[in-house]
Ligand binder design. Structure first.
Ligand code: MN
Ligand code: MG
Length: 659
């Protein structure tokens, strides 16, 4: 097998005896006070790394201090040194989620024997075991199996089978369902003891919907809790002294429901499991991210009284479970435990970020070549656009920078709802301009010319790391959603000239354009909703001529709207979007969906379709300010009559619209 990195030092330091040589490191109390026959075992977790090795944001093409296994590796060294015995585990979502992952999947590929960079980096750090997250399936099974083939640590996953049997234990699982690691632990008196540590892995059954095109007909999934109930007794029968669950699943409802996505709470209740590593939610546990429940104690970090942790995401934290084990009658017993999560950076009150650790040079070096290739990849064309992508007129006309987002969201949600009960509903898409001048200044616009599109341009199109959601709404809610958006504009007096169009206190990210319907905005009406979404003028109708498929919209008809987690969860207080209407929670970010859309389409045509315009107001004109480079695109704007009107303040250019 050829490896990119054949000579790296594996720093696996289980039982490295680090405590003796690290006089500056304070020993964890468990290690300090362990007596003869007592053993401190520290379990360390990374989760949801998503290919983040370098502390680098490839979308904005700049270094950051909040992410990267190279940073986490440095705290791993220190944290290992605090304990006499330690193990490092990973909880999945490894090979997808940043442009380095896309570069390997779409550009370099995985041939037999190729190393995936996240696996190279993990080999360098030295892991004891890992499980498989839902995102591992995004590029297909062949890619996944080749990526994990280079792992110098066991990879376990119990609830996905290439061939299902009568019950979980009769399945032909895709990976080993669990592994039993025979280790030697050192007790407080320096004496060594053998131990058998069982590690079992789980991933959300929802992979069958999220990656149906790769998985239907090729693998089958089982419920996480039912699978655990089948395998854990076998692990115990096979001599496991302790069992650790690697649960690539969030901390969700206490009560088990068949096939639940976030099953870590009922999983923790399964007899024979001693500790649960969680993930998938990209949150931190213990800590304030989760509320207490009958089963979950987010302060002490326990679920059903057992230790549990979640180490953030992208390498932001290391999740820690410290266990004190006691040898009693030839058996190991958990005598005590503590859980915590340690960050790699700190956010200050002024929102600046202070790194708490330097990058590990050896980890950086192990994937330097792939990092450099990824930089070239994000700066190079991955597709073509047959129309310029700009946002200079995004607040006054249907616009290509918003259109491309809606095109990609609609394309994605149609695939995701295919074969579900919602497949028959029309899919609309809501998207808002993020870079639209305002307080960002006259340069703060998206401006990508016709021709090549690079990955780093996608950050321009979609500024935030939101994830995709679909909501189900009525025709009446579609209209009110648009009424809420139309608060962007000041009320205009018919017949008057040069009135100020835009309300400076209304953020552009709340100006949702809904694609898939056509409508006009009557600026002579007051806004139905106030700046915070409060109902101000119940009888106002700024949205007129609202049509679906060329006919007036039926207020009772049901529609799906593709949007993001912020809006769907109630952000901006939009009618029809208070969290209760969500029918699909995507695992993918809007940005990833746009990249995939561009790569798969090759050439995109983001030319706006002018599905919304202002309603004509005889003899009336308004003024608005935009970036001076807008003049390059003036002739492209459809559905509105715009003319230059001199300079605006602070470097902006002024334009006039005759309504
Ligand atoms: Mn994830
Ligand atoms: Mg449109």
């Amino acid at each position: 097998m050829t490896r990119n990195n054949p000579t790296h030092l594996n720093r696996r330091s289980f039982l490295a005896g680090t405590a003796a040589g690290a006089s500056l490191i304070a020993l964890h109390p468990f290690s300090a006070r362990a007596a003869a026959g007592q053993v401190h075992l520290r379990l360390m977790e990374t989760t949801d790394l998503h290919v983040h090795v370098f502390p680098y944001d490839y979308y904005s093409d700049k270094a950051v201090d909040t992410v990267g296994l190279a940073r986490t590796a440095s705290i791993i060294d220190a944290i290992r040194a605090e304990a006499t015995n330690s193990m490092l585990l990973d909880n999945g979502d490894l090979i997808q989620g940043n442009p380095m992952g896309d570069y390997i999947a779409y550009e370099r590929g995985m041939k037999d024997g190729d190393m995936h960079p996240i696996v190279t980096a993990m080999n360098t750090v030295g892991y004891d075991a890992a499980t498989i997250g839902n995102h591992e399936f995004n590029y297909g099974l062949d890619f996944l199996m080749k990526s994990m083939a280079g792992a110098e640590f066991p990879v376990v996953l119990s609830n996905v089978a290439s061939k299902q049997g009568a019950g979980p234990r009769a399945d032909t699982t895709l990976f080993k369902p669990y592994v039993l690691l025979d280790r030697v632990l050192t007790d407080g008196a320096g004496e060594e003891h053998p131990i058998r540590i069982g590690i079992i892995g789980f991933t959300p059954p929802q992979i069958m919907n999220w990656d149906s095109k790769h998985l239907q007909g090729n693998v089958e999934v089982r419920d996480i809790v039912r699978t655990a109930e089948a395998w854990v007794p076998e692990m115990r029968e096979a001599g496991a002294d302790i069992v650790i669950a690697l649960s690539h699943s969030g901390i969700g409802a206490d009560r088990h429901t068949e096939g639940m996505e976030n099953a870590s709470v009922p999983l923790a209740a399964v007899d024979g499991i001693d500790a649960v590593m969680t993930g998938h939610h990209h949150l931190v546990f213990p800590g304030t991210a989760y509320e207490a429940s009958a089963a979950v104690d987010p302060e002490t970090g326990t679920i059903h009284g057992k230790p549990a942790t979640m180490g953030g995401f992208w390498g932001s934290h290391l999740g820690l479970i410290d266990v004190m084990l006691e040898r009693e009658g030839g058996e190991w017993r958990v005598a005590g435990f503590e859980t915590s999560a340690r960050p790699i950076s700190r956010r200050e009150e002024d929102r600046s970020v202070t790194p708490l650790v330097e990058s590990d040079a050896e980890v950086l070096a192990s994937v330097q070549a792939e990092h450099d290739a990824t930089l070239a990849y994000v700066r190079r064309a991955v597709g073509e656009t047959s129309a310029p992508l700009h946002s200079y007129f995004a607040l006054v006309a249907d616009d290509p920078s918003v259109q491309i987002v809606s095109n990609a969201q609609t394309w994605y949600i149609r695939q995701m709802l295919d074969g579900t009960e919602y497949a028959g509903l029309p899919v609309l898409s809501a998207a808002a301009p993020f870079k639209a001048g305002g307080r960002g200044g006259p340069e703060y616009y998206t401006d990508v010319g016709k021709g090549s599109v690079a990955i780093k341009n996608v950050a321009d199109l979609y500024l935030y790391p939101n994830t995709v959601r679909a909501v189900k709404v009525t025709g009446a809610e579609v209209k009110d959603w648009l009424e809420r958006s139309a608060g962007m504009f000041n009320q205009v007096t018919p017949g008057e000239q040069d009135q100020v169009l835009l309300n400076p206190d209304f953020p552009s990210y709340n100006f949702d354009v809904i694609d898939g319907v056509t409508y006009r905005i009557d600026l002579s009406e007051p806004s139905k909703f106030g700046p915070k979404g409060e109902l101000e003028h119940p009888d106002a109708n700024r949205i007129v001529d609202l049509q679906f498929e060329g006919k007036p919209i039926d207020p009772a008809q049901e529609f799906v709207i593709a949007t993001n987690n912020y809006r769907a969860g109630g952000g901006g207080s939009f009618p029809g979007a208070d969290g209760s209407t969500i029918i699909f929670e995507a695992p993918d970010t809007n940005r990833d969906v746009i990249v995939r859309y561009i790569v798969e389409q090759g050439t995109i045509n983001p030319a706006a379709d002018a599905n919304w315009t202002f309603a004509p107001l005889e003899g009336t004109s308004v003024l608005f300010d935009t970036g001076p480079r807008a003049s390059n695109y003036l002739s492209d704007v459809k559905g509105v009559e715009i003319e230059e009107a001199g300079d605006g303040p602070d470097g902006f250019a002024r334009y006039r619209i005759r309504l």
